[in-house]
Design a protein around this ligand. Structure first.
Ligand code: SF4
Length: 357
């Protein structure tokens, strides 16, 4: 069964609906999302949980679902490398099940290497560095881009720029997400028979958008990678921030205050959170990358990555900046900018209550 509450049948129809729905006001989006949530709950006889990361999107999703299903459990897959602010948020949330990975990030770095550049590139490097009798054609594809049929497919070849990773004095890995995020949830799903609600949005990436179109919309119950419900797929970041203000939801203070600036809502702190030691995508960042940001947010973690994980050498080798960026003196946005209006902020005493402005 797929999401057909709006009658879309084809990928094209779903993308058209998505583009229209993304412009709907928040009130209408809440109604549509709650329809999808009820539909999923009915389909799975209430055997559902919320995949909860402690980040803003899943915090909003959890609040939305608990308005109708207050007992739904939030499941937090602890990667062991979340920011302290995220751990505080999760600890302050009711009815959370914590899942632990079978291997720590420390062990992953030592055994498999560093997650950097991209999961796809790490996978391709692994293929070439571990030749076997059975993967000779794959190795050739990674090195030359030539398929078995003699066609040139550059997207399956290691880009020339990154061929140097084959001779790097450190290893890179694509196994990290599987071990830290995916593996711990499988036994949970098997044990409970529960299916996740996931707080992803199509606007976040082209992958998500095409997964929405190809995967059957929000409620894709027959997916090969497992059933899930993604009831806020058609929301935008503006909706998330508006929802936080509307319902005065406590959120992790790493995001800073939510302000109105030039007619749009914005966060004054970190824009996205995730694993603090993840280097995926750092080479694409303009300005401060996530590892440079780590120096500012958690200096001890930054130091550990350099001293114990060899991050500085690896980033240097790849030509990616790692020294902290001097961002100047950060001041109160209200004092610094008269066009900015603070709408909500995490409580400074750390009690996780909100201050309304
Ligand atoms: S996001 Fe990065 S660091 Fe976190 S589990 Fe996935 S690969 Fe590992």
């Amino acid at each position: 069964m797929n999401d057909n509450t709006c009658g879309q049948r084809t990928e094209k129809e779903r993308l058209e609906w998505l583009a229209t729905a993304q412009k709907y006001p928040l009130e209408l989006k809440e109604v549509l999302s709650l329809q999808r949530i009820r539909q999923a709950m009915r389909h799975f006889d209430g055997k559902m949980y919320v995949a909860y990361s402690g980040g803003l999107d899943s915090t909003v999703l959890l609040h939305l679902i608990r308005r109708e299903y207050p007992d739904v459990v939030a499941v937090f897959a602890d990667t062991g490398q979340e920011f302290e602010s995220i751990y505080s948020q999760v600890r302050a949330t009711d009815n959370v099940t914590w899942l632990e990975p079978r291997m720590s990030f420390d062990e992953i770095v030592k055994k498999y290497g560093i997650p950097m550049i991209s999961k796809k590139l790490c996978r391709m490097i692994q293929d070439v560095k571990n030749p076997t009798a059975r993967n000779a054609k794959t190795v050739n594809l990674r090195l030359t881009g030539m398929t078995q049929k003699g066609e040139y497919q550059p997207r399956w070849k290691i880009p020339n720029k990154w061929m140097k990773l084959l001779d790097a004095p450190f290893r890179v890995t694509n196994k990290c997400c599987g071990i830290l995020k995916i593996d711990p949830t499988k036994p949970y799903q098997k044990r409970t028979g529960e299916v996740p609600f996931v707080g992803v949005m199509a606007e976040e990436s082209e992958n998500r958008r095409s997964s929405y179109a190809r995967g059957g919309g929000c409620n894709a119950f027959n997916q090969s990678r497992g059933a899930s419900s993604r009831p806020i797929m058609f929301w935008t970041e503006q909706d998330i921030l508006q929802y936080v203000i509307k319902y005065q939801i406590p959120y992790a203070d790493i995001y800073g205050e939510i302000v109105l600036k030039d007619g749009l809502l914005a966060k004054t702190g970190e824009q996205r959170t995730g694993c603090k030691y993840c280097l995926f995508g750092a080479h694409m960042k303009k300005g401060e990358n996530q590892f440079q940001a780590l120096a500012r947010i958690e200096p001890e973690s930054y130091k550990k990555a350099i001293e114990e994980y060899g991050y500085a050498e690896a980033l240097d080798y790849c030509g990616i900046p790692w020294r902290p960026v001097n961002l100047g003196v950060m001041g109160c946005v209200e004092c610094a900018d008269t066009e900015t209006k603070i709408l909500i902020s995490p409580h400074k005493c750390g009690c996780n209550q909100m201050e309304s402005k």
